[in-house]
Design a binder for this molecule. Structure first.
Ligand code: 2AM
Length: 179
């Protein structure tokens, strides 16, 4: 029996979690859109910006994954979310960056590259930084302007996604500081 295939798997990703006041503002904005677009609001405490999506990982490999994350010396990064958008291919309403800070792209790149050798990712993938606010949305029409939400991220998070009948829930598993 191969323990890796027999063991249960976790759906994992690395992300920046939003500061509570930013999450509150974005959740409120999304609440003003859902009347036009329909769809499902992501709960305020779940709002995040994904840096690397791993997919299903055997739970047995969690310690190894956490050791890699803990070994990284990654810098703090500025984040500025200043626009709302809608992607029709996956029916999400999101908050994103008019211009992505190079530091943010570099953070995602460094993290992803560290995950490739152990096979947690098969390759580095460019990230379009965004925070999903609404899922299963229809075209919302013209979206309101988003007052810029700016902060400096001081930690990154390994999170687990659980799919339930009522949508996904996201649970931070571990956090590490950015320096
Ligand atoms: P999304 O919000 O744009 O759907 C947990 O599911 C997080 O991982 C979400 O932020 C989600 O992005 C992201 N995610 C899910 N599947 C993904 C995939 N195949 N590639 C990249 N990111 C993904």
């Amino acid at each position: 029996m191969n323990p890796e295939t027999e063991a249960s798997a976790a759906r994992l990703f690395f992300a920046l979690w939003l500061p509570p006041e930013v999450a509150r503002t974005l959740y409120t904005q999304a609440g003003g859109i859902v009347g036009k677009s329909g769809g499902k609001l992501i709960r305020e405490e779940f709002l995040h910006l994904t840096l690397a999506f791993l997919g299903e990982v055997p739970e047995l490999r969690l310690p190894e994954l956490q050791a890699i994350a803990a070994s990284l010396e990654l810098p703090r990064v500025p984040v500025r979310l200043d626009r709302l958008g809608f992607w029709k291919h996956n029916h999400i309403v999101w908050a994103g960056c008019g211009e992505t800070a190079p530091e943010l792209s570099a953070l995602a790149g460094k993290l992803q590259r560290a995950l490739v050798p152990a096979g947690f990712l098969d390759a580095e993938r460019a990230v379009t930084p965004h925070v999903t606010l609404l899922r299963k949305a229809a075209h919302p029409g013209e979206l309101p302007a988003l007052p810029a939400q700016e902060w400096t991220a001081g930690e990154f998070v390994l999170a687990r996604s659980w799919r339930t009948d009522r949508g996904s829930t996201y649970e931070p598993v571990a956090r590490w500081p950015l320096h």
